[in-house]
Design a protein around this ligand. Structure first.
Ligand code: CA
Ligand code: CA
Length: 317
């Protein structure tokens, strides 16, 4: 959201090295109303800025004055709804991390560790059990994990462990290591950030030490991450097909969009994220090309733009 600035000049340094510069040379106690705003030198009338506009770095110039103006009062200036107007649930924003193990069965005998209930638990007859999970549908990047302690003796709680990942189930890479951990109460869920996340089909939690019992108990394990970027590619591709079929998207725009998406996908597979993003920016340019105005309905255009932005954000993660 854009609000009136307090300072004549402010620079925000983003983590990615880009910066956002905010200029309001005439701001004062008297000149507290926004008269005009320019984003990167271009007149800007909306009251919100997208994440996309900001991550690339931006310059915002505010012209301030003593009286309220008409700036930001147009219908198009209203902030967009945070949730997507579509009700199919496919593009609800924002997209938080979620438990990747919820999508498939992969826990084998330790099913009760993955049943989303801390009332069910698994007790291993050893102080140093190993837990395995396999993502059957392909590798996933786990960013965080949670462990929920059991409801029995604290002596059965894990204390030191290593999380490993593998692409083939044979060669393992250490992703995270913890020691001297404790659970303060029964069925406590603790979250841990994976120090070295990567895309793996196999995950193993090697508990090396518990709190002194001969057996180890856990109630629940979660492996958290973002939806795979391929899902976003798939979603945009499906939208193009659907709108083509319903007649809401016509050639040659449909072909241009498909081509940009395809090229973005190819670059992504080669690990060239920035190239992939550039192709998605071309996708948006095609979509907003005035010459193609009659080639897509407003609804299709908005939805395709929203999904393309979501894909760009997913690519940059
Ligand atoms: Ca779960
Ligand atoms: Ca459970």
């Amino acid at each position: 959201m854009i609000g009136a600035p307090y300072f004549k000049k402010m620079t925000i340094h983003l983590e990615n090295g880009n910066k956002i510069v905010i200029n309001a040379p005439k701001v004062s106690d008297r000149n507290k109303y926004i008269q005009r705003v320019k984003l990167n030198g271009v007149e800007y009338n909306k009251t919100t800025l997208s994440h996309f506009d900001l991550i690339r770095g931006a310059t915002l110039d505010f012209e301030m004055g003593p009286k309220p103006s008409k700036w930001g009062t147009g219908e198009e200036a209203l902030p967009p709804s945070i949730t997507d107007p579509a009700t199919d649930g496919s593009s609800l924003l924002p997209r938080p991390m979620r438990d990747l193990t919820d999508r498939s069965e992969g826990g084998g005998d330790a099913r009760e560790l993955f049943d989303n209930s801390s009332d069910t638990r698994v007790t291993f007859d050893t102080a140093s059990p190993r837990l395995n999970w396999r993502f059957a549908e392909g590798p996933e990047k786990v960013r965080m994990y949670t462990l929920t302690s059991g409801d029995g003796s604290p002596a059965e709680d894990p204390k030191s462990w290593v999380l490993k990942g593998s692409r083939d189930g044979r060669n393992w890479t250490v992703l995270d290591e913890r020691s001297g951990e404790s659970f303060k109460w029964r069925r406590q869920t603790r979250a841990f950030e994976v120090k070295h996340p990567g895309k793996y089909s196999y995950y193993m939690l090697e508990i090396n030490e518990n709190n002194g019992a001969g057996s180890t108990t856990l109630a629940e394990v979660e492996l958290l991450g973002y939806d795979d970027v391929n899902r976003f590619f798939g979603a945009v591709d499906q939208l193009i097909r659907d709108y083509k079929q319903s007649g809401e998207l016509k050639e040659p725009l449909a072909k241009q969009l498909s081509r940009s998406l395809e090229q973005a996908g190819r670059q992504e597979q080669k690990g060239r994220t920035e190239q992939a993003v550039k192709h998605m920016e071309d996708f948006l340019k095609h979509l907003n090309n005035q010459g193609m105005k009659g080639r897509a309905t407003d609804r299709a255009r908005k939805k395709l733009a929203a999904e393309a932005h979501a894909l760009i954000i997913a690519l940059r993660r």
